[in-house]
Design a protein around this ligand. Structure first.
Ligand code: NAP
Length: 279
């Protein structure tokens, strides 16, 4: 159990919110670091601090005396890495000992999924600092799979027959909580968090059809088709590259391997798509 409050970022969001609630349930004192105090969850034992990742003064005050912090990766944006680096520098300067970072499965400088390269760059910056960090390399969120189907019930993307070992946010939250509660034991470790199955998108579509009670099918786009079908959103090229490369990373087999890290760290089997609550 931590002797000083655990700092938690991202707690106005889905993953960080789940982790903050679990820590509160365990009676842990927390510093919730948020951008908008009105949206902070109300939890016993939690103090709210307003700071962005780049606001050195406010962030220093929020992290003062903290040994362990959960560092949730920022929303995807061209400035994301600068924000991450600023957070890491401030955390190191105020003497945080362990940062638990929500990275991405297979983070690497040449990863097919473009955002996995940013996660690698963030991991590298963490390794260069004097504190020890713990990398939670999350596979694609299982919770995200139902959202891949368009209104017409078609999952479109250039994933070919590749497989994805998507992981539920509830399971990541269980792992993150276990790690935060015993941070010293996990320092310097990298965990790859996956679900229990590696599914093709055709298999995902079949499971979703049964769960949702409406037909869902997978259309394996070519890469050209994928860029064309996303052009109507008018998004910037870096964003479209990321959307498309989610699928090409699956096609390349970079998201396919199932690990035992969730079971080992959370103490229970990871959630199958069949069992994920969806509406
Ligand atoms: N593995 C995957 O499949 C996958 C998929 C999508 C995203 N992700 C990554 O995983 C993270 C957590 O996922 P989630 O579902 O919990 O996302 P979410 O519900 O959108 O929550 C993101 C949280 O991070 C905070 N945040 C975002 N950008 C920030 C910034 N620039 N500075 C400070 N705080 C910031 C948000 O604060 P506000 O409420 O103030 O915005 C919110 O609390 C995402 O932020 C993203 O980096 C992973």
């Amino acid at each position: 159990m931590a002797d000083t409050p655990i700092a938690v970022t991202g707690c106005t969001g889905r993953l960080g919110g789940r982790i903050a609630r679990r820590l509160a349930d365990q009676g842990v004192a927390q510093r919730l670091i948020v951008r908008d105090a009105k949206r902070a969850p109300s939890l016993p034992g939690a103090e709210v601090h307003v700071a962005t990742y780049r606001d050195r003064d406010a962030l220093s005050r929020a992290l003062e005396g903290v040994q362990t912090a959960l560092f949730v990766s920022a929303k995807e944006a061209p400035t994301r890495l600068e924000e991450h680096f600023a957070f890491i520098e401030t955390a190191a300067a105020v003497g945080v000992e362990t940062l638990v970072y929500t990275s991405f499965y297979g983070a690497a400088p040449n990863a097919t999924f473009t955002f996995a390269r940013d996660h690698w760059a963030t991991e590298q910056r963490l390794r260069e600092q004097r504190f020890s960090s713990v990398m939670l390399r999350d596979n694609l969120y299982l919770d995200f799979l139902p959202m891949m189907a368009g209104d017409d019930g078609v999952i479109r993307g250039p994933a070919g027959n590749g497989r994805v070992a998507a992981v539920a946010q509830e399971d990541i939250a269980d792992v993150a909580t276990a790690v935060l509660l015993n941070a010293r034991e996990h320092r310097g470790r990298t965990y790859s968090l996956t679900g229990p199955q590696s599914l093709t998108l055709e298999e995902v579509a079949a499971v979703l059809s049964r769960k949702l009670g409406r037909p869902i099918r997978y259309h394996a786009e070519s890469i050209e088709e994928a860029y064309r079908s996303r052009a109507r959103y008018g998004a910037e090229p870096w964003q479209v590259d990321a959307w498309v490369s989610t699928y090409t990373a699956i096609a390349a087999g970079e998201l396919s391997e199932v690990t035992t890290d969730v079971e080992r760290l959370a103490g229970h089997a990871p959630t199958r798509l069949e069992d994920l609550p969806v509406t």
